[in-house]
Design a binder for this molecule. Structure first.
Ligand SMILES: CC(C)(COP(=O)(O)OP(=O)(O)OC[C@H]1O[C@@H](n2cnc3c(N)ncnc32)[C@H](O)[C@@H]1OP(=O)(O)O)[C@@H](O)C(=O)NCCC(=O)NCCS
Length: 213
């Protein structure tokens, strides 16, 4: 087990279950102005790269002073090229953590974030696609996003994808910083990709370059 991220105590990453989807949707609505509908998450519920970050409910208010182990050995690059920290989306963090994380699963867990990653084959072989990733506004900047992305990349890597792609809003500095910290590189720009007219940046990570992790 290689420690890779600082995260809220007792945070762990596991596969999503159907029972998690309402909590996932709650986070989605708290961070995105144009959230995915429930049906979109339902469509991917069996995808191996649909993962959630969870923390014991009792620990949800603890200080984030512990490290999260990753069983995959994937590590971020030094965040030398990360952008300035800035807010993103329309996070509704005003209610505080206790209010925000009011949904406790039957196992006494609280879901703090999720990632949806899939794969598809093209002429060159299977390619991974990070379709969505989000962390509850009150749990950001604690390594949870990094932990989710690391595990999703590990899942994809184990499925022999030759690379991973993703789209991100041109102005989403936190997400761009996260992706760059894993070695993703800007490949091209897709003009007016989003419904509100904002451009998407297509980022790619070549798995042939294992040092990228
Ligand atoms: C992007 C997101 C998932 C990052 O999650 P997180 O748990 O805060 O990320 P981490 O704490 O693991 O931070 C990892 C890296 O991301 C980058 N990052 C995170 N927040 C950032 C911010 N506000 N500004 C710039 N870079 C930021 C940094 O490179 C950071 O590394 P550092 O802490 O060493 O500087 C989170 O901000 C989020 O949920 N945003 C709203 C949803 C969204 O935009 N998703 C992406 C769609 S493409």
């Amino acid at each position: 087990m290689t420690p890779v991220e600082h995260a809220r105590g007792d945070t762990s990453i596991r596969a999503v279950t159907r029972a998690d989807l309402l909590d996932v949707l709650h986070i989605e609505k708290s961070v995105f102005p144009q959230p995915w509908p429930y049906s979109a998450f339902e469509r991917y519920v069996d995808a191996p790269g649909f993962l959630v970050s969870v923390t014991d409910a009792d620990d949800a208010l603890d200080s984030p002073d512990e490290t999260l182990d990753s069983s995959d050995g994937l590590q971020r690059r030094p965040a030398a090229d990360a952008a300035d920290h800035a807010t993103t989306g329309n996070g509704d963090s005003g209610g505080g953590l206790a209010a925000a994380l009011d949904s406790v699963t039957g196992d006494g867990e609280t879901i703090t974030g999720y990632v949806v990653a899939t794969e598809r084959s093209d002429d060159g072989g299977p390619v991974g696609h990070v379709k969505n990733i989000a962390v509850h506004p009150d749990c950001q900047h604690e390594g949870v996003g990094s932990a989710l992305l690391a595990r999703a990349l590990s899942v994809l890597s184990n499925r022999d994808v030759r690379g991973v792609k993703l789209e991100v809003r041109r102005g989403n500095d936190p997400a761009i910083g996260l992706y760059r910290s894993f070695g993703f590189e800007h490949h091209r720009t897709i003009p007016e990709y989003y419904a509100d007219g904002e451009d998407a940046l297509l980022f790619v990570l070549d798995f042939a370059d294992r040092d990228a992790f």
